[in-house]
Write a protein that binds this ligand. Sequence first.
Ligand SMILES: Cc1ncc(COP(=O)(O)O)c(C=O)c1O
Length: 371
Amino acid sequence: MDGLGHLDAELAKLRSADLLRQRRTPLPLTTLVLCSNDYLGFASEPPSMDDASAPSGAGASRLVCGEHPQHRQLEQAVAEWLQTEAALVFSSGYAANVGTLSALCQPGDVIVSDELNHASIIDGCRLSGATLRVVPHLDAAAVELALAESRSARRRWVVTESYFSMDGNTPELATVHELCQAHDATLIVDEAHAVGVFGAAGRGLCQLAGVVPDVLIGTFSKAVGLQGAFVAGKKTLCEWLWNCARPFVFSTGVSPWLAEATTRRIEQVAAADDRREKLQAITARFRDELTALAAPIAPSHGPIVPWLAGKPQEVVALSQRLLERGIFVSPIRPPTVPLDGSRLRFTLNAHLTFKRLDWAVEVLGSELARQ
Ligand SMILES: Cc1ncc(COP(=O)(O)O)c(C=O)c1O
């Protein structure tokens, strides 16, 4: 008997719903990629590390014997950059969210979570065993109601992204923060797509809104252009996570070599106002031009521009036609977005030239004219 024989039928089901994801062959170098999270253009550059002396691997969990000076240096650099007391480095943003939520929240708690929060937040909430109150997207009144209705909970938590990865929009962070204060709830903010991109020195949207969340989660895999993630906040938070965040405790420490590269990169990212300004200018032009074309873009700000393109098969077909013309924008389909939310999600970056951008808009315009 083939113990996995049923998977053929399951895959066929995904295929017939246009929801099957397949590996792509590498794109030709000339393709204009408009869907990576390399907002500042750092990921496409080699790290300048000729003089690196750090070991390539940590060798073990940091709790065993995998602790290296480069880890502490990186955590100090993050804390200084984001002006928090401390930070703890995780191997990915996914691990940071799952580890943090499952270590902090417990059965008997209530977590108020935006309906469009990232899968890693959802998984962390589920793993925690806390009661989940999912609220409509960006709805501060619903957050307030959920908090008011959960007064008897052991503890209350509010978790949100600061810049939603599929929608390019932002909650009223100051209001949500005030609600947390008023209702004695703890605020967890995932700034994965905001750190490096927004605010003074790229410190993110919380900083821009004058909000200090209890827990700030960010990743090095997007604007920082490397890999790994961090949780920043009080020293006691980091000590708790060091002890109780299972993806941290039971996983090898991140590569000290990578930690050193990341520390250096953070310095570059903090100083990259020129790239942030260019990104802002590119983004404003793209949005203005698409608006003038009456393209079906959703209200958004910053470098993420969602183009609502209909049913999954329509989104796949549009993505394929664009690819044939030299532009790659990956189709985003359920379960990454809600059932009726298939889209092309354009993400812009600071390496784009206005000339290439205008050409891309021209191609998109001709696609609209064809519909
Ligand atoms: C909002 C959000 N949080 C966390 C993550 C996970 O980060 P990483 O890619 O570093 O695992 C992502 C990645 O797409 C994300 O969009």
